[in-house]
Design a protein around this ligand. Structure first.
Ligand code: ATP
Ligand code: MG
Ligand code: MG
Length: 352
C-alpha cells in the first residue's frame, strides 16, 4: 500500500555511493526502498546495501531497524541465530543507507524458480529450524518481527542449506507497538486483522503459513483483502472463539454479534467452516510435520506454540534424512538436490 516510487534514490550503475560502494546490481525492491549489490572498495568484497526512501516515515522506521540489527549483532556475536549481519549505516544524499552481508535468493524466488512445486519436507525442516532459532532469539528479547514472509527469508550465500532472517523494517518491541497495520496480508495473523493487541505469536502464525507454502509451493491464505483472508481462515479453522471476537476493535467488520451464534457478515466460503484441514492441504505429509503446522495456525494466540517449544518438537528430533527420502517425488527441491548437485543448483538459483 506504500508502493510508490516517491522518495526512491536514483540508481546509476557504476556510480559510487559514499565514495566507497560501487553499484553492481539490483537485488530487490520493497516498500521501504531498494536493495542493491555493491562492491565495498574498502573491505574489497561484495555486500548488500539497503537504500531507504527519503521520506520521514521510512527514515524513522529505519532507525528502529538499525537499532534492532545492532542489538542482535551484539547478542549474537557468533552469528548462529541466522539473523542477517548488519555491517554499517550512514546517511548519503538524504537517504538512510544500511549495509549487510550479502545473502542469496529469497525463499519466494526459490519457490518460483521451481515453478511453485514446493520443497521436500527435509529441506523445509532445515529452513524451519533456522527461522525458529531467529524467532526464539527475537521473542527472548521482546522483539516482534511483524513481517515474516518468504521474501524476508534468504538463502545464505555461503551455505545453501541454511537461511537467514532479514528486514526488521516493520519490527517493534512488544511494549512499543506503533502500527496496527502490519504484516503482509497472506501472512497476517487474525488478531492483527481483528484489532487485538498482538504479541510474538503473530510471527508464529506467519511462520506456520510459510511452512505450508514452502512444502506445497503455494500460499495457504492468498487473500485479495482482509474479508477474504478471514473467510479463508474460517475454511481451515472454523469460526473463531467468542473470547477472541469480543477483544477485537474491528471484529464487527467481519463477524455478527458474538452474543448470538457467530456468523460471517459476508460469507464467501467455498468450503464448510473447518473442512479445509491442514492435513488435507498437506496430503501425505508426516504426522509430526502436520502437528507442527497445526501448533502455529490457531485462532487463539495463546494456544499457538512458541519458538522455543517448537525447536524441541518431535518433528526436529526424527531423522532429517529419512524424512526427506520419502518426499522427493513431485519434483520438489530436496536436500539431496542441494548437496549432490550443488554446482547445478547454484547455477539454477544464482539469481545474480
Ligand atoms: P518489504 O517490502 O518486505 O518491507 P523492504 O523494503 O523492507 O521490503 P528488504 O526486505 O530488506 O526491503 O529487502 C528487499 C529484498 O531485497 C529482499 O526480499 C531480498 O530479496 C533482497 N535483499 C535484502 N537484503 C539482502 C541481502 N543482505 N542480500 C541479498 N539480497 C537481499
Ligand atoms: Mg522485505
Ligand atoms: Mg521491510
Amino acid at each position: 500500500d506504500f508502493d510508490d516510487d516517491k522518495g526512491d534514490y536514483k540508481i546509476v550503475f557504476g556510480d559510487d555511493i559514499h565514495y566507497r560502494y560501487e553499484i553492481l546490481d539490483i537485488l530487490g525492491k520493497g516498500s521501504f526502498g531498494q536493495v542493491i549489490k555493491v562492491q565495498d572498495h574498502l573491505r574489497k568484497k561484495p555486500i548488500a546495501l539497503k537504500i531507504i526512501k527519503s521520506r520521514q516515515r521510512y527514515t524513522e522506521q529505519a532507525r528502529i531497524e538499525i537499532e534492532l540489527l545492532k542489538l542482535f549483532r551484539n547478542i549474537d556475536v557468533e552469528n548462529k541465530y541466522n539473523i542477517v549481519h548488519l555491517e554499517d549505516d550512514f546517511v548519503f544524499r538524504g537517504h538512510v543507507m544500511i549495509t549487510f552481508e550479502l545473502l542469496g535468493l529469497n525463499l519466494y524466488e526459490l519457490l518460483k524458480r521451481n515453478s511453485f512445486r514446493g520443497l521436500s519436507v527435509g529441506l523445509v525442516k532445515r529452513f524451519s529450524y533456522n527461522v525458529l532459532q531467529s524467532l526464539a532469539l527475537l521473542a527472548k528479547n521482546y522483539v516482534i518481527h511483524c513481517d515474516l514472509k518468504p521474501e524476508n527469508v534468504l538463502l545464505s550465500d555461503t551455505n545453501l542449506m541454511s537461511v537467514k532472517l532479514i528486514d526488521f523494517g516493520s519490527s517493534c518491541y512488544i511494549n512499543q507497538r506503533v502500527y496496527t497495520y502490519i504484516q503482509s496480508r497472506f501472512y497476517r495473523a487474525p488478531e492483527v486483522v481483528l484489532g487485538i493487541p498482538y504479541t510474538s505469536a503473530i510471527d508464529i502464525w506467519s511462520f506456520g503459513c510459510i511452512l505450508v507454502e514452502l512444502y506445497t509451493g503455494i500460499p495457504i491464505f492468498p487473500a485479495k483483502n482482509e474479508k477474504e483472508l478471514i473467510n479463508f481462515i474460517v475454511e481451515v479453522l472454523g469460526m473463531p472463539p467468542v473470547s477472541l471476537i469480543i477483544q477485537g476493535t474491528r471484529s464487527q467488520i467481519f463477524f455478527s454479534d458474538p452474543s448470538e451464534k457467530v456468523n460471517l457478515l459476508e460469507s464467501n466460503l467455498k468450503k464448510a467452516p473447518g473442512s479445509r484441514t491442514i492435513r488435507s492441504i498437506l496430503k501425505g505429509a508426516d504426522e509430526n510435520f502436520i502437528q507442527m503446522i497445526e501448533g502455529c495456525i490457531q485462532w487463539e494466540p495463546k494456544c499457538r506454540i512458541t519458538a522455543i517449544n517448537a525447536l524441541k518438537s518431535p518433528w526436529f528430533i526424527e531423522n532429517v534424512e529419512t524424512a526427506s527420502k520419502t518426499t522427493t517425488r513431485r519434483c520438489k527441491i530436496s536436500i539431496e538436490d542441494i548437496t549432490k548437485h550443488t554446482p547445478q543448483l547454484q547455477k539454477f538459483i544464482a539469481g545474480r
